[in-house]
Design a binder for this molecule. Sequence first.
Ligand code: FAD
Length: 557
Amino acid sequence: MKGLGSRSEAVEKLTAGSEGDEFDLLVIGGGITGAGIALDAAARGMSVGLVERGDFASGTSSKSSKLVHGGLRYLEQREFGLMREAAQERDLLRNLAPHLVEPIPFVLPVSDKWARAKFGVGLWAYDALASFKNLKVHRYLGVDETETAVPALPKGKIKGGFLFYDCKNDDVRLVMEVLIQAVRYGAVVCNYATVTDLDGTETGCVAEVEERLTGERFEIRAKKVIAAAGVWADRIEHLANPESEQRLRPSKGVHLAFSRQRVPIAEAAAFIPDAERKRFLFVIPWLESVIVGTTDTPYEGDIDKPRVEPEDRKYCIDAINSVFHLGITDADVTGAWAGLRPLVAGKAGATADLSRGHTVYDIAPNIIGITGGKLTTYRRMAGDAVDRVAEDLGNTTKSKTSWIRLGTANVEALRAAVARRGQQLAIPSESLDNLVRCYGDRAMAVLDLADADGLSEPLTPGHQPIAAEAVYCARHEMSLHLSDVLSRRTRLALTDAAAGIAPGSRAPQLMAGELGWGSETAEAEVAAHKAEVEHERGLPLHAESVMVESGTTKAGA
Ligand code: FAD
């Protein structure tokens, strides 16, 4: 099997529940937590179904800061246990998914002696919490070294900086690798399938599900249900227990993306104070762009549609301008996204003070929920939740996920093989590196497709993803909509919002060919993607840069 397998077969296996077959475990939510639970449980030998109401990772798990990290920012909140656990998970994930979880140097510029002393102590604590096993122990850089590491810093304005290491990743791709492994262990997973009702009794659970492509409704039966619905956790709990009280206090975080030319920070990321020096922002070279974020503000709006508001944009732009003096404006923003942290309500006050730890809680007989936590610690969260149901199911197997590889076992050998094959197809080296990052060992299958179908050129002119990826993702990764490919499987919409629907992009036409869309559907897909991107980034796309003009799409089918 090349990826997630056939979606129609998955729907068939899930609907078998209507005839009485039941799963040991039904997981609600296809973000990183749900994916981790599905893999953990399936690897312990349980029969597992997973349903996701949108695309996989379409919730918070596609909106993170793209770090797998110990969480230096949490020192101030004294979340020492969480930081220690996160540092251990980071190091494990580097080994389990080496194509995806990559070390990245961070520079923390300092402008006076007081800052040097304060951050020096903080970084010693950070290294100590990781038992001095951080990728490298931090060190102090002189002025010249700091300015070389972060070329965007104005000359002569800083006194030096600290260098420390963490890891970056691609959140959606991590979710996909975990889901694909879960499927290899026998889990049945399906996107665009919403749980609309949920009932748990002493004898088992029934979930009513709406399949969103056809609108058909069916029941899934399971001995146990784990709801891993992130910021939607309260809604799911309410389905099974209408008396339940609100648990979550969502917090919004936004990121902006800029071109690497506009924010020249080379290969090191920077950890910069915001304009009022109350907190820190990351400036991270990520894929083809540099991303800046994140904010942390209490959120009371529609949890289905968070967006980057003008004040969010101003906050990030002011912060970057105050440190880098680059004169950045809204016109420089190439991409932007907003995500909601599923924080568990605690004391009143700023959401930045709420714990980043997770909670597992009872919802109804045989139904539990899990929420909170971090992308970095998803494996531990999953283990905790599955431990809670395993005993009742008479399953005494311990979690196996600390040794289950995600994507590839030998990244160097893979890179060499992909380079050899890709050069024969005249694919640029950056695109080949990107294939390894996105697909691990499956990169070779994408190249097979590129070769057989003449799809080795860029999906969109000037960008790394190749045309074969759209077809591969539709065939093997359950991509059903244009946004699934542009916003998640490739991250084109994040780094260059208009690119996937710009004149010359082959994405709409290739998806149309693969999924049998007529020209009307193709036009509607382009328009829907454009509307989604414009809503989330809170800025219109330049009319001349996209295919939709006065309601007419040039995508064709
Ligand atoms: P989600 O990813 O939101 O998944 C829940 C899923 O449940 C959704 O896909 C949703 O569609 C589905 N669902 C909801 N209702 C239903 C239903 N009725 N039926 C079926 N499915 C349903 N962590 C890090 O470790 N590193 C970082 O750099 C980092 N940066 C962050 C930056 C920001 C701005 C934010 C907001 C968070 C960040 N985090 C980071 C935290 C991390 O992203 C989250 O903890 C994690 O992604 C949550 O995953 P989840 O699976 O629990 O939730």
